[in-house]
Design a protein around this ligand. Structure first.
Ligand code: TRP
Length: 374
């Protein structure tokens, strides 16, 4: 009997935060390890998706390898044969199936995708602001420039960004994946994947396995604890790499001593009494949560240990030390990751995955008449 497939795209970049680590990477790795005896686990690096918005192409190779190394440093095993780790672009069936699906996908369907709307708006706004900065004060010139920048921005929004979800559907359908753990921002893409799979199946007979709908995915994976590490300076907002000052954000690449300093200068409150209270003491509460994650001990235990203490400085010192130790350790792991082992894993997974992707592709090609029927 073949095993059901769990599939996920490992999006990572070079400036991951502590929030990304605990909220994204670690849960996915633990899931893979825990499920790999009963399921086939497909983890891949979506390199073709990486330039739907502009990037520096000279850095892409390094980034892809770094992406893999980060997951390995965080504990992804390379010696588990049920966990496949591969690069999307190394399996050409992804691109080929995308084209076929493109031709059965409506423009309107893609236009409705919120991620497309958000990202394309951002690109237009950036273009508009760039033009505005250069422009003269005259209102007439303003209008002309605004028009021009609107034209420019539609040139900047790539067709790739537009049909991003089609490639994502191909990623999933090629491997008959039933389970796809996705965050809320990807739910719409999963829904589209189900729609296009059902559409093709009903037009051509069964080609694709339809992945489960989002609520079923959440049931299967558990909806997390809504884990959110907050910004150290502004604990009412999520820790995010786009934060400008970077003072409230801990990056996995931070100098451990510097990160410890960030903890020491975290915003707290003037109640001078440690309590777990998201609403009234968000800063202290965030530090309690961070400490519990770093130590890997239940939050209740950490709260019990510090509740009622009055000296925030002492408590911060504990958290700061823990952060420093964690980063020192993580960075040591990262530098020890053996690139040749990573490459070996990628290449062997790619051989196996190419074979199974090509089977599905052939089914689709036969169905649409590109290959003779069996
Ligand atoms: N779009 C996903 C993200 O932004 C990454 C991704 C690409 C993916 N293809 C996928 C995730 C297929 C799951 C399945 O996070």
């Amino acid at each position: 009997m073949t095993k059901s497939v769990i599939l996920t795209g490992l999006r990572a970049n070079n400036d991951l935060t502590l929030g990304n680590y605990f909220g994204g990477m670690l849960p996915i790795i633990e899931m893979a390890k825990a499920r790999s005896s009963e399921y086939q686990i497909n983890m891949f690096i979506p390199d073709l998706h990486s330039f739907t918005t502009p990037i520096n192409h000279d850095e892409l190779q390094t980034q892809v390898m770094n992406n893999a190394r980060l997951f390995v440093a965080a504990g992804l095993p390379l010696d588990n044969n049920e966990i496949h780790l591969y690069r999307q672009s190394y399996i050409s069936a992804h691109s080929e199936l995308t084209w076929i699906l493109d031709c059965f996908t409506g423009m309107g369907e893609m236009q409705r995708m919120t991620q497309f709307k958000d990202k394309s708006n951002k690109l237009s706004n950036d273009a508009f602001n760039a033009t505005k900065d250069e422009q003269a004060e005259s209102p007439l010139v303003n209008t002309a420039m605004a028009l021009e920048s609107a034209m420019h921005s539609s040139e900047r929004i790539s067709v790739g960004l537009f049909n991003y979800p089609v490639l994502m559907a191909a990623d999933i359908l090629l491997y008959d994946a039933l389970y796809v753990p996705v965050g809320d921002d990807q739910t719409q893409h999963l829904e589209y994947t189900r729609d296009i799979a059902e559409r093709m199946n009903s037009k051509f007979g069964s080609i694709f396995t339809v992945p489960l709908a989002a609520p079923k995915q959440h049931e299967f994976f558990g909806k997390g604890q809504g884990l959110r590490i907050m910004d150290l300076q502004t604990p009412s907002k999520k820790m995010s790499k786009s934060d400008e000052s970077g003072k409230g954000v801990i990056f996995l690449s931070d100098d451990p001593k510097l990160a410890a300093k960030k903890v020491m200068s975290a915003t707290t409150d003037d109640l001078a009494l440690i309590a777990f209270d998201r609403k009234n003491q968000p800063g202290i509460t965030n530090l309690l949560e961070i400490l519990s994650l770093l130590r890997g001990t239940p939050l209740d235990d950490v709260v019990a240990e510090f509740e009622g203490h009055t000296r925030y400085g002492d408590f911060k010192k504990v958290v700061a030390n823990e952060v420093e130790g964690f980063l020192t350790n993580f960075q040591a792991n990262l530098s020890e990751v053996d690139d040749s082992k990573v490459l070996e894993k990628l290449e062997s997974s790619e051989i196996a995955m190419r074979a199974s992707a090509n089977k599905t592709l052939l089914r689709a090609q036969r169905a649409v008449g590109l290959r003779p029927k069996e």
